[in-house]
Ligand binder design. Structure first.
Ligand code: SAH
Ligand code: DHB
Ligand code: MG
Length: 221
């Protein structure tokens, strides 16, 4: 099995189950044109996020790590009219590209894009005493994952889902010889979640166009 096989199957899944209207080709083209890193969730993963959000009837979603807004737009489709995705992005250039993509997809009214380091901006969001969020998607700098998880827990309602991207990292999470920020961040997250009595959680490994990785999914009790 190789990356080529995983990519081919992702393309098969996308061709079979993700319509042209859903696929956001213009978003991905704009991101490539603007030289954003191609680290958006894959199309099947984006649709999974939308399905999970729809399944719990999410109307309010917190996202950390916008990039070009690809995952944001999948989530914004799920919240429906009157719903809201609050999303944080540290890089103003990424945010600018995202804002244009979000506008082109017609979901600007549902997206509150905030530019700055998420750990500086989350206390501000908290101080606004926002209505609790139904779902949080964490997909920014990996060393901060445990800290983001703690904020997500504070800001969500019982029954909410907290989803964290990139927790497997080609197996690095379970390889003690790997000590880069991503691996350490993933392990710190697993430890924090394991000790947290207010959630029930699992993680699933994934292969696909984005290689071997995985999501952690926690449900707030
Ligand atoms: N969720 C996006 C991909 C996000 S990539 C998608 O699937 O389409 C990770 C993003 O997190 C990058 O754009 C990066 O600039 C941003 N980021 C990194 N550190 C951050 C921080 N401290 N605060 C907010 N965003 C951050
Ligand atoms: C990276 C970040 C991501 O969010 C992702 O899905 C893949 C890779 C990265 O920083 O390399
Ligand atoms: Mg990611």
């Amino acid at each position: 099995m190789s990356q080529q096989d995983w990519t081919r199957v992702d393309e098969y899944i996308s061709a079979a189950l993700i319509s042209k209207d859903e696929s956001q080709q213009a978003t991905l083209a704009a991101n490539a044109r603007e030289n954003l890193p191609a680290i958006d969730v894959s199309p099947p993963q984006g649709k999974l996020l939308q399905l999970l959000a729809s399944a719990i009837g999410a109307r309010r979603i917190l996202e950390i790590g916008t990039l070009g807004g690809y995952s944001t737009i999948w989530l914004a489709r799920a919240v429906g009219d009157g719903g809201k995705v609050v999303t944080f992005e540290v890089d103003p250039r990424h945010a600018e590209v995202a804002q244009a993509n979000i506008a082109r997809e017609g979901v600007s009214a549902r997206v509150d894009l905030r530019v700055g380091p998420a750990l500086d901006m989350l206390p501000l969001l908290e101080s606004e005493r926002p209505e609790p969020f139904d779902l949080a998607f964490i997909d920014a700098d990996k060393p901060s994952n445990a800290a983001y998880f703690a904020y997500a827990l504070k800001l969500t309602r019982p029954g909410a889902l907290i989803i964290v991207d990139n927790v497997v990292r080609e197996g690095a999470v379970a390889d003690p010889s790997q000590t880069d920020g991503g691996a350490l961040g993933a392990r710190a997250l697993f430890e924090a979640v394991a000790e947290e009595k207010r959630v029930e959680a699992t993680a699933v490994q994934t292969v696909g166009a984005k290689g071997w990785d995985g999501f952690l999914i926690a449900r707030v009790k």
